[in-house]
Design a protein around this ligand. Structure first.
Ligand code: TYM
Length: 332
């Protein structure tokens, strides 16, 4: 008998243009996992609306992310690609799990603390509840592994806690998911301030590279990336800027940090940076071309997300019905 494949779930929220961090921390690894696992890759639009979105931009970005998944090599035949809001079980499960979550554990989420600081006086309740929706995404599919960047680890820990709590209160309902963090690229840093993670919400545009940035912009941003006066390409915490550029180069080319150190031993930062920029361009340019083709083919995208939602809906409903039954809700 063929063994049942383990399940992977991951998602990206369409709240801004995607960065090289999203690509190296998430998507590039998904591509490698798709043969071995039963994968659900979602565009988590309901997560994006925890901060105000321009409706037309949200629509455009949602389809652009789906196109980026496809263009990066995620095969829609092998994987389930869908849009979160198309599977109502996510919202329903999220309410149910909200009733098993504590204010204390939620207020400890560092992403919430950071984002709420930026929101001024009126902090959205969605921002606070956001990790519960993420837990629902994961738990509904009886997920074994969640491939994410390091910044999502705390949210994943909460998903595990909620699953264990629910299982304990009732009986085993959810599988307990494990994080899957890539060896390199799990935390790409800001090019201008390498103590912070690269993020699309940063004000200084030179700090991040977008997946859709044209080659000349990539060259410019890398050449302006902060380095140091030490002048040696070395993987060291005393050289955070250089370390980050090495991580980027290594994640793209597969070179180890030692190999990079040896290759650039007697070379200056200018040459090193030039190679980093060209590696990024070589990786992203073919993807960008395909993204533009997919984005223009709305019918094709529709066929992908519709059949994805159908499959996801079937699987998610099974878990949701179990939850409802155990809680004591009358079956529909
Ligand atoms: P989001 O949309 O902020 O980011 C998507 C993925 O990209 C990774 N990432 C990075 N990796 C390395 N370096 C960086 N600088 C960097 N920036 C972002 C993130 O770790 C993530 O893997 N809450 C999630 C989305 C989500 C989700 C889920 C993920 C919702 N439901 C269920 C997994 C499973 C988020 O906001 O990711």
């Amino acid at each position: 008998m063929e063994e049942k494949k383990k399940v992977i779930f991951s998602g990206i929220k369409p709240s801004g243009e995607l960065t090289l961090g999203n690509y190296l921390g998430a998507i590039k690894n998904w591509v490698k996992l798709q043969d071995e696992y039963d994968c659900y890759f979602c565009v988590v639009d309901l997560h994006a609306i925890t901060v105000r979105q321009e409706p037309k931009d949200l629509r455009r970005r949602t389809l652009e992310i789906l196109s980026i998944y496809l263009a990066s090599g995620i095969d829609p035949e092998k994987n389930t690609l869908f849009i979160q809001s198309h599977v109502p079980a996510h919202s329903e499960a999220s309410w149910l799990l909200t009733c098993y979550s504590y204010m204390g554990e939620m207020s400890r989420m560092t992403q919430y603390k950071d984002k709420s600081k930026k929101s001024g006086e009126n902090i959205g309740a969605g921002l606070f509840n956001y990790p519960i929706l993420m837990a629902s995404d994961i738990l509904l599919y009886q997920t074994n592994l969640v491939p994410v960047g390091k910044d999502q680890l705390q949210h994943l820990e909460l998903a595990r806690d909620l699953a264990e709590r629910f299982n304990r209160v009732y009986s085993p309902t959810f599988l307990i998911p494990e994080p899957y963090i890539a060896k390199t690229g799990a935390k790409i840093m800001d090019l201008q301030d390498p103590t912070k993670k690269m993020s699309k919400s940063e004000e200084n545009q030179n700090g991040y590279i977008l997946i859709m940035d044209p080659p000349n912009v990539i060259r410019k941003k890398i050449s302006r990336a902060v380095t140091d006066s030490i002048g040696v390409v070395k993987y060291s915490d005393d050289q955070l800027g250089v370390k980050n550029l090495m991580t980027i180069l290594g994640s793209i080319t597969g070179m180890s940090m030692e190999e990079i150190e040896i290759k650039y031993k007697d070379k200056g930062y200018a040459e090193f940076k030039k190679d980093v920029a060209e590696a990024i361009i070589n990786e992203l340019e073919p993807i960008q071309k395909k993204v533009n083709e997919y984005v223009a083919d709305k019918k094709y995208l529709e066929s992908i997300y519709k059949s994805g939602a159908e499959k996801a809906n079937y699987v998610a409903m099974k878990t949701l019905r179990k939850m409802q039954k155990k809680i004591g809700l009358i079956p529909r």
